[in-house]
Design a protein around this ligand. Structure first.
Ligand code: SF4
Length: 418
């Protein structure tokens, strides 16, 4: 996707017009999700002189992404008549938030409704915030449903409806910051940027619904906006893109986004991985790990995270741990061990806690950090691999079954590192 847009191009005009119609009822263009060049172009199109457009785009960028303003009239360094023009032509409208849930452990989950964008119905997407003592991580979705069918993952049972746009990916971060009070107070404007240590959302992970590398251009655009240091200002070291192993997208992620990489590995031989993460049939373990070895910028300071879900009697033996260590030799890596989060209809069980600890100890003793992730937000179905759209929500009977499963496995660590 080009970085700048040419508004003389009729296809792009149509796209922007569709965007306007789908975002807000009064056909205004929503400025959120436009990159700097696109923002400049729509300002020129609206009649702002070309000479001023870059400066105006810069001012707006800061109001939109640094301060989180939704109201043009409060943008004090923009002249009143211009504010009126912005109001008339553009919007900063947030998407419909149809549900907000808080877990007993502080995890928050939001259910958004986005327009259909083409045929079909509006779509619903979940986003999860996980607060910890030293950071706050937002888990963002990239697609509605998923084309892949990883057998341990509840989301994988929901068919792909569509890719999310860059605007919709970014909106998950912006609304989370709205809801958490994570934008600087409008009264303190002019006092400079909020120190990073005071932020609530310090990290983002593309680990929600969907395979982000099957929606690369939109994910890239949203992450580059999120990491722009005059806006949302998240360091690329605090942004992690997690893939099930779409090998051709791995190099592009490093060279064009430059964020941290996580791989959903979950098995140490092709036979088992073909079953658990079926994309392995297309990109087997060796091909995947070669791509990891060549990941642009990989080093001990920029290690790749390998996600490994602990499935009882399936992939949790000490033999598996040995294989894992051998496979990762030479790759600066960290291994996140994830106790399986059960869901109705799944045949897997979570490994016994003792076994998870033995596995972790072995991997640790062989030189790889292997934190056991603490299950977070299980009571609101926000845990890893549990996200689904409202339309695919559980019936009460299924929810009761799930709660019973959680009662059986409660006390087993997690999604935050222990
Ligand atoms: S783990 Fe990720 S890629 Fe696999 S089915 Fe679930 S959402 Fe899709």
């Amino acid at each position: 996707m080009p970085l700048s847009i040419d508004l003389k191009d009729s296809a792009l005009r149509a796209e922007l017009s569709a965007k306007a119609q789908s975002c807000v009822p009064d056909n205004k263009i929503n400025l959120i999700g436009l990159d700097r060049d696109e923002l400049k172009s729509v300002l020129i199109e609206a009649g702002i002189p070309e000479k001023q457009a870059r400066m105006r785009a810069s001012q707006l960028w800061q109001w939109i992404y640094w301060y989180g303003h939704q109201d043009f009239s409060a943008m004090s360094n923009i002249a009143k008549p211009l504010r009126g023009l912005l109001e008339e032509k553009f919007s900063l409208t947030r998407p419909e938030l149809i549900e907000e849930q808080s877990s007993e452990d502080g995890t928050r989950k939001w259910l958004f409704r986005f327009p259909p964008r083409g045929a079909g119905k509006p779509v619903e997407v979940e986003t999860v915030y996980i607060p910890e003592s030293d950071r706050g991580t937002l888990c963002i979705s990239s697609q509605v449903g998923c084309t892949l069918t990883c057998t341990f993952c509840h989301t994988g049972t929901q068919k792909l409806v569509r890719n999310l746009t860059a605007e919709e990916i970014l909106m998950q971060l912006i609304v989370a910051r709205d809801r958490l009070g994570d934008f600087p107070d409008k009264d303190v404007e002019g006092k400079g940027f909020v120190p990073e240590g005071d932020r609530k959302v310090t990290n983002i992970v593309m680990m929600g619904m969907g395979e982000p590398l099957y929606n690369f251009e939109n994910v890239k655009k949203a992450l580059l906006i999120a990491s722009d240091n005059e806006g949302l200002s998240l360091s690329k070291r605090r942004i992690t893109l997690s893939t099930s192993g779409v090998v051709p997208g791995i190099e592009l992620t490093g060279s064009e986004i430059g964020c941290m990489l996580a791989i959903s590995l979950h098995a140490t031989n092709d036979e088992l991985r073909d079953e658990i993460v079926p994309i392995n049939k297309k990109y087997p373990i060796k091909t995947l790990l070669d791509a990891c070895r060549n990941y642009p910028g990989v080093s001990n300071a920029k290690r790749i995270t390998f996600e490994y879900v602990m499935l009882k009697g399936v992939n949790d033996s000490l033999h598996d741990a040995k294989q894992l260590v051998q496979l990762l030799k030479g790759i600066p890596a960290k291994i996140n061990l994830i106790p399986f989060n059960p869901w109705p209809g799944s045949d897997y069980e979570c490994s016994d806690w003792d076994q998870i600890e033995k596995f972790a100890d072995f991997v640790n003793a062989n030189g790889y950090a292997s934190p056991i992730r603490k299950p977070r937000g299980r009571d609101i179905l926000a845990a890893c691999g549990q996200l689904k759209s409202e339309s695919e929500r559980l019936r009460k009977k299924e929810r009761d079954a799930l709660n019973a499963m959680h009662a059986m496995v409660s006390g087993h660590g997690a999604e935050s590192d222990t």
